[in-house]
Design a binder for this molecule. Structure first.
Ligand SMILES: [Zn+2]
Ligand SMILES: [Zn+2]
Ligand SMILES: [Zn+2]
Length: 345
């Protein structure tokens, strides 16, 4: 009893009304009680204008008994909640300490401005220890953005979250939510794997498309050490803009020209070169005027073979390389607007 008295005396000393600092105010006309029976004086008009839920509660009050109770959260959280109704702001420290309580209050009493502040504040303060609680609260309080942020955080930090008490508690008491979270993590992992595979494939098609550009450039205009047969070797040009790829193709062409094992299929470099010639032939529109070796032969062979077993896979590869070429030529145009005119002529 003594202790209770001391505590309430200390609180009276510390107590600052929620409207302190709001300038000239009329006398407060109602009391808000908290769970522990503590009392906060406030202005019914301010509370009613900030929250439709409080408004309807206040409308039902008898004129003699103007009091309501906000329970389930600590006194300080109720105090900050009321303070927000006067000043529409709360401090970093208040958010740090009572963010979750304020979020729940903003939802229950329908104060959207505070709910937004709390959603941002809680999302910024997510950590391994609090993410499960915030996620549950976000679900209860119908806050899909915050819920999604928690799910992403959980997915990226699952190993650490799995060790927390909050996660163990969730496993014991809400297996349905646990299943939902695990499914989300699985789907995200699958999506990420698919994206990584897609990027790897795209990069391969881009490399092949560049190899095709270099092959055509070598067989029509020549580069540092390889050029068309009828070209004077002294007239070979300096390194082109795609020289790292071009040089590789030049080495392959030179090897192909000199390799003794070329015919029997026993040389992987020659096989690669043949594949590049074949790929070129598959995308070449002008085989009759084309200077790339074996272009016409591969075209003819493809017509004679018809549709073999591997045809579908090969055709898919050709299609992907053609679209990679289109993308790369379009991005070159986008980077160099002067080429747009040449392109449209
Ligand atoms: Zn070159
Ligand atoms: Zn070889
Ligand atoms: Zn060709």
């Amino acid at each position: 009893m003594q202790l209770k008295k001391k505590l309430s005396a200390r609180m009276r000393l510390k107590y600052v009304p929620p409207y302190a600092g709001a300038g000239e105010m009329p006398q407060p006309d109602m009391r808000v009680f908290t769970s522990a029976g503590q009392r906060i004086w406030a202005h019914s008009k301010i509370l009613a204008s900030a929250s439709p839920v409080l408004e309807s509660m206040i409308e039902k009050l008898q004129s003699t008994e103007r009091k309501i109770t906000i329970s389930g959260v600590p006194f300080d959280a109720v105090h900050i909640f009321l303070q927000f109704m006067y000043f529409a702001k709360c401090s970093h420290e208040q958010m740090e300490k009572y963010g979750m309580h304020l979020f729940a209050l903003s939802h229950v009493y329908s104060v959207p401005q505070l709910k937004q502040v709390c959603t941002r504040g809680l999302a910024k303060r997510l950590n391994v220890e609090n993410v499960v609680d915030v996620l549950q609260l976000a679900r209860l309080c119908d806050a899909p953005d915050l819920y999604l942020k928690c799910m992403r955080f959980l997915t990226n930090n699952y190993k650490a979250v799995e060790e927390t008490e909050a996660w163990k508690f969730l496993q014991d008491h809400d297996p349905h939510l646990e299943l939902q979270i695990l499914q989300y993590i699985d789907e995200t992992e699958l999506r990420r794997k698919r994206t990584r595979r897609h990027r790897r494939e795209q990069s391969l098609y881009m490399q092949l498309s560049e190899a095709m550009d270099c092959l055509e450039h070598l067989c029509s205009e020549g580069c540092t050490s390889v050029g068309p047969c009828d070209m004077d070797p002294n007239k070979h040009k300096g390194p082109c803009s795609k020289f790292s790829t071009c040089q590789g193709i030049q080495l392959l062409i030179k090897h192909f020209g000199a390799c003794k094992k070329r015919g029997d299929g026993g040389c992987s470099r020659c096989t690669r070169m043949l594949q590049l010639f074949k790929l070129h032939s598959s995308i070449c529109d002008e085989p009759d005027e084309c200077t790339v070796p074996l272009c016409r032969q591969f075209k003819l062979k493809a017509q004679q073979d018809g549709r073999g077993n591997n045809d579908a896979r090969w055709r898919l590869l050709v299609k992907k390389v053609v679209s990679a070429r289109t993308i790369s030529s379009l991005s070159r145009i986008a980077l160099n607007p002067r080429r747009v005119r040449r392109f449209s002529l």
